[in-house]
Design a binder for this molecule. Structure first.
Ligand SMILES: Nc1ncnc2c1ncn2[C@@H]1O[C@H](COP(=O)(O)OP(=O)(O)OP(=O)(O)O)[C@@H](O)[C@H]1O
Ligand SMILES: [Mg+2]
Length: 468
C-alpha cells in the first residue's frame, strides 16, 4: 500500500514538474526566474521521492524485524516449555485451577506442623498432592522457597517430584506427585489405622524385606542429595513422616521445607529453623551449625525405628498425675546398644515381625551397626551416605560401631522442660551444666573453636518447630 502511494506521488510530481516547465517556458519566455522555479521544483520533487523511499525502506525493515522476533519468541517459548517439561521443572498453577484439581479442597490426606495436604486430580488425570503451607507469612514464605529451591533442581527415583506451585494472596501451595501409600510412620509404628476427615490414609505392618528396601532407598536418595547434586542439598527433616511409600512400598523422600542448599566449599550451615525432636543431631541442638552429617544422624535414628517399630524417644511417667519432674525418657538407641552388648540383639526387633518369623540375625546386626555408626555424636565419626549405601548393599562389611555418649537424651530432657516453661524444680540451674557437658563432649569434632562453642552453647534456646 505504502509502495503504491509512493509511486503515485513520484509520478504525479514528475508530471507536475514537466507541466510547470512547459507553462513557465511559454509564459516567462526563458527568463532567469524560469530556471530558478525549475530548480526549486526539481529539488522539491526529489525531496518528496527520497522521503517516501526512505520511509518505505524503514517500514519494510521494521516489519521484517517484527516478524522475525515474533517467530523467534514463539520458538523460544515452545523450546522453553518443552525443556521445562523434559527437565521436570515445576510450573505455575492458578488458584482457580487448584480449586478444581482438589474439588474444592475435599480430600485431606495429611497434615504436618506447617501444612495441610490435599489429594487432587489434574485435567490429564494425574493424581497429585497439593500442600497448603500454613505458617505465618515470613516463615511460610521461607519454607515455600526452601522447598522449591531444593526439589526443583533434583531428580531421583526416590525423591518426590514437584509438579508446580501457586501463590495466591498470602497463601502458598506446592503441587506434588501423589504417593499412594502415605507416610512410612503409618507402616512401622503400631497404632490404629489412621483416617483424616474420613479418608483412609493407609497403613499396616511393613515386612522385614520391605523395611530393608526402604532403608536402602532413603540412603540412596540422601547420598544423591549430599554427593551428586551440583549444590549439596541438606534435607534437615529426615523422619518417618517425611518418607512416603509408593504403590510397591518403595520409599520416596519428601518435605523439603527445612532443607538448605550448600555450596561445595561450604563446611556447614547455620540455621535457626529446627527439625523434629528425636531426630536432631546434637550439633544442631546446640546450634553449632549443620552439615550433611546432621542428615546422617537423623537417618540413623529412622533406621533404628524401622528395626524396632517404635519411636526412639518415649516418655515414661514415673510420678503419675502428669508430674513432669518425675518424667523419664526411654531412649531406644541406648536399649539397642545394651542389647547388642549383652548378645540379645533380636529383642530389639519389632515384635510383630518376630511373631511372623524368618528374620535373619545377620541382617539385623548389619542394620543395627549401620544405625549406630550414623548416630555417633562426634560428627566426624559418622559415615557419609555413600558409605551407608555400600554397607547396606553388602558391598563393604560394616565394623562394630564404637560406643557413643548419647548426650542427646539429656539435651532433649532440658528441651522438654523448656516446653513446660523453664525454671521448675531447679531445672534452670541444671541446664547450663548439661549444655556445657554436651558441648565439651562434642568439642574437637567440629571446626568451631572452643570459645565460640561455649559462648554459643550457653545462649542455647530451644525452638523446635515441628514436634510430633
Ligand atoms: N506427595 C504426597 N503424596 C501423598 N501424601 C503426602 C504427600 N505429601 C505429603 N503427604 C502426606 O501429608 C503429610 C504432611 O506432609 P508434609 O510432611 O509435606 O507437611 P509438613 O507440614 O511440612 O510436615 P512437617 O510436620 O514435617 O513439617 C505427610 O506426612 C504425608 O502423610
Ligand atoms: Mg513433614
Amino acid at each position: 500500500m505504502e509502495d503504491r502511494k509512493a509511486n503515485i506521488i513520484a509520478v504525479t510530481s514528475i508530471i507536475f514538474l514537466i507541466v510547470v516547465i512547459i507553462v513557465a517556458r511559454v509564459v516567462l519566455d526563458l527568463k532567469r526566474s524560469f530556471y530558478l522555479i525549475v530548480g526549486a521544483a526539481v529539488a522539491g520533487i526529489l525531496a518528496v521521492i527520497a522521503f517516501y523511499f526512505i520511509r518505505r525502506h524503514l517500514h519494510h525493515r521494521r516489519t521484517m524485524m517484527e516478524t522475525r522476533l515474533a517467530s523467534e519468541g514463539k520458538e523460544l517459548r515452545i523450546e522453553y516449555s518443552f525443556l521445562r517439561k523434559v527437565a521436570g521443572l515445576p510450573t505455575k498453577f492458578r488458584y482457580k485451577e487448584l480449586e478444581e484439581i482438589t474439588d474444592n479442597w475435599k480430600s485431606l490426606i495429611g497434615r504436618g506442623a506447617s501444612a495441610f495436604v490435599f489429594k487432587g486430580i489434574t485435567k490429564d488425570g494425574t493424581a497429585v498432592a497439593v500442600k497448603r503451607i500454613q505458617h505465618e507469612e515470613e516463615r511460610g514464605e521461607k519454607e515455600f522457597r526452601s522447598e522449591i529451591a531444593a526439589i526443583a533442581s533434583v531428580q531421583h527415583v526416590n525423591l518426590v517430584r514437584l509438579f508446580g506451585y501457586c501463590i495466591h494472596n498470602n497463601l502458598r501451595f506446592l503441587v506434588y506427585e501423589f504417593i499412594p501409600n502415605g507416610s512410612l510412620a503409618n507402616w512401622i509404628f503400631s497404632r490404629p489405622r489412621l483416617t483424616t476427615r474420613g479418608n483412609d490414609i493407609g497403613g499396616g505392618c511393613l515386612s522385614w524385606g520391605l523395611r530393608s528396601a526402604v532403608a536402602l532407598d532413603v540412603a540412596k536418595a540422601l547420598a544423591y542429595l549430599h554427593h551428586d547434586c551440583r549444590s549439596r542439598v541438606l534435607h534437615l527433616d529426615v523422619k518417618p513422616e517425611n518418607i512416603l511409600l509408593d504403590e510397591n512400598h518403595r520409599a520416596i523422600v519428601s518435605d523439603f521445607g527445612l532443607s538448605k542448599l550448600m555450596t561445595r566449599d561450604q563446611s556447614r550451615v547455620l540455621t535457626t529453623l529446627r527439625g523434629t525432636k528425636g531426630y536432631l543431631a546434637p550439633e544442631w541442638l546446640l546450634e553449632l551449625g549443620v552439615t550433611e552429617k546432621s542428615d546422617v544422624f537423623s537417618y540413623g535414628m529412622v533406621l533404628l525405628e524401622l528395626i524396632g517399630g517404635r519411636r526412639n524417644v518415649t516418655v515414661i511417667d514415673t510420678g503419675g498425675a502428669g508430674d513432669r519432674s518425675k518424667r523419664k525418657f526411654q531412649y531406644f538407641p541406648k536399649i539397642v546398644t545394651d542389647k547388642l552388648k549383652s548378645g540379645r540383639l533380636m529383642e530389639v526387633v519389632d515384635q510383630r515381625l518376630m511373631d511372623l518369623g524368618g528374620i535373619d540375625e545377620k541382617e539385623v546386626r548389619k542394620m543395627v551397626h549401620v544405625a549406630l555408626w550414623c548416630i555417633q555424636e562426634k560428627v566426624r565419626r559418622r559415615p557419609t551416605m555413600l558409605e551407608v549405601v555400600k554397607w547396606l548393599e553388602g558391598r563393604v562389611a560394616v565394623e562394630e560401631p564404637p560406643e557413643t555418649q548419647m548426650i542427646v537424651v539429656d539435651l532433649l530432657s532440658i528441651d522438654d522442660e523448656d516446653d513446660e516453661g523453664e525454671g521448675q524444680n531447679g531445672n534452670k540451674r541444671k541446664k547450663p551444666k548439661i549444655i556445657a557437658r554436651a558441648a565439651s563432649q562434642l568439642n574437637g569434632c567440629l571446626t568451631t573453636s572452643t570459645n565460640s562453642l561455649q559462648s554459643k552453647s550457653f545462649s542455647y534456646s530451644m525452638s523446635i518447630i515441628s514436634p510430633r
